[in-house]
Design a protein around this ligand. Structure first.
Ligand code: TXA
Ligand code: MG
Length: 328
């Protein structure tokens, strides 16, 4: 694996060139995005996309997001009605994924959509990601760059530890600023449904487009999840996770919020406050790193303080709920 520090101009130029060459050769690239690091491959190549599923150990019925550099590319892949267009114009580039009908002109491989007649599209805000996709000239399929079911990567070291042996190129752009994955919305029949809470709060979306944003109900077929989130156990550290903790056992690590469990900081085998000031954006940005940090040998469980579910709290509690779900 070649690793580049893309925060310097020289590293960025060399890293982008190497990454484009790797994508062209059908190989895997770890790409920074504002949400989490992505495991990128040429979305138009079934063989390249198969490499993503193999590296992650990901079930093939779970489709991937195609990342694009501009709206023209998005509209080649998907059919945008007036509502979808409004959402794209309001929130792209940014942590929003739109699930729309697949266009007749679509170039993404069937493996990206897992055979569905819809496609998930996102234009990331991270400048390195946008430059990479634009230079490559084709859509890039990219799930989070972690092994399937594990905690998502918000730093290049997380990626190197999980998937280093599978990558051609790793682009290190520092910590991912949003820290939770994109909000996924399905747009159909003029209605908007949130399939996964994420980096843009549902209320902010509804307000911006002047329309209600519904929430998806549980899928009827467990092999066809509406979105990732529908897989019950996900984002899981090795240690069990216990939510809404107001007491802490002596062998439990503590994931705190706004200092609620601060009296346990000294005695616990691990302690991390997601945001001492009670700021949900800061908490989201630090969530996955904290789960990795607290997942230490000898920790019997991770006790998580109560976290409000408004704003970005919906995405935070969604991820923690899955981290706490019974393991399959
Ligand atoms: O922030 C993000 O979205 C990150 C970065 C790398 O862009 N990506 C990400 O990808 O979280 P992933 O694969 O971990 O989650 C994307 C989810 C899939 O698990 C899938 O369930 C859902 O998007 N999805 C993809 N295509 C879909 C479709 N046609 N219909 C419904 N859901 C779909
Ligand atoms: Mg993921």
């Amino acid at each position: 694996m070649e690793r580049y520090d893309v925060t310097s101009p020289a590293g960025r130029a060399a890293g982008l060139a190497a990454a484009v060459a790797a994508l062209d050769a059908g190989r895997l690239v770890a790409m920074p995005t504002e949400t989490v690091y992505g495991l990128a491959a040429d979305a138009t190549s079934g063989a390249a996309v198969a490499g993503i599923y193999a590296a992650k150990g990901r079930p093939r019925f779970n489709p991937l997001i195609a990342h694009v550099a501009d709206l023209d590319a998005a509209m080649r892949e998907g059919v945008f009605d007036a509502v979808a267009l409004k959402l794209a114009e309001a929130f792209w580039p940014g942590p929003l994924t739109l699930v729309v009908p697949r266009a007749p002109t679509a170039t993404v491989a069937d493996l990206v959509t897992a055979g569905l007649d819809t496609v998930a599209l996102r234009m990331p805000a991270n400048a390195v990601a946008r430059d990479l996709i634009a230079a490559f000239g084709r859509p890039v399929a990219a799930p989070s760059a972690n092994r399937s079911g594990r905690v998502s990567p918000t730093a290049a070291d997380h990626v190197a530890g999980d998937l280093g042996d599978r990558l051609a190129v790793l682009l290190d752009d520092g910590a991912a600023p949003v820290g939770v994955e994109s909000t996924i919305l399905a747009v159909a029949d003029g209605k908007v449904t949130q399939l996964r809470p994420g980096g843009i709060p549902r209320a902010a979306i509804a307000q911006r487009i002047g329309m209600p944003v519904g929430r998806a109900t549980a899928p009827t077929d467990p092999k066809r999840p509406l979105a990732p989130g529908m897989l019950a156990s996900h984002y899981a550290p090795s240690a069990p996770v216990r939510l809404a903790a107001t007491t802490v056992a002596s062998d439990e690590a503590v994931l705190d919020f706004a200092g609620q469990l601060a009296t346990h900081a000294g005695a616990a085998p691990g302690y991390f406050d997601l945001s001492p000031a009670g700021d949900l954006a800061e908490a989201a940005a630090r969530l996955f790193g904290a789960l990795r940090d607290l997942d230490r040998p000898g920790v019997a469980a991770i006790a998580v303080a109560p976290i409000p579910v408004d704003g970005l709290g919906e995405a935070i509690m969604d991820r923690l709920g899955r981290a706490a779900a019974p393991r399959g």
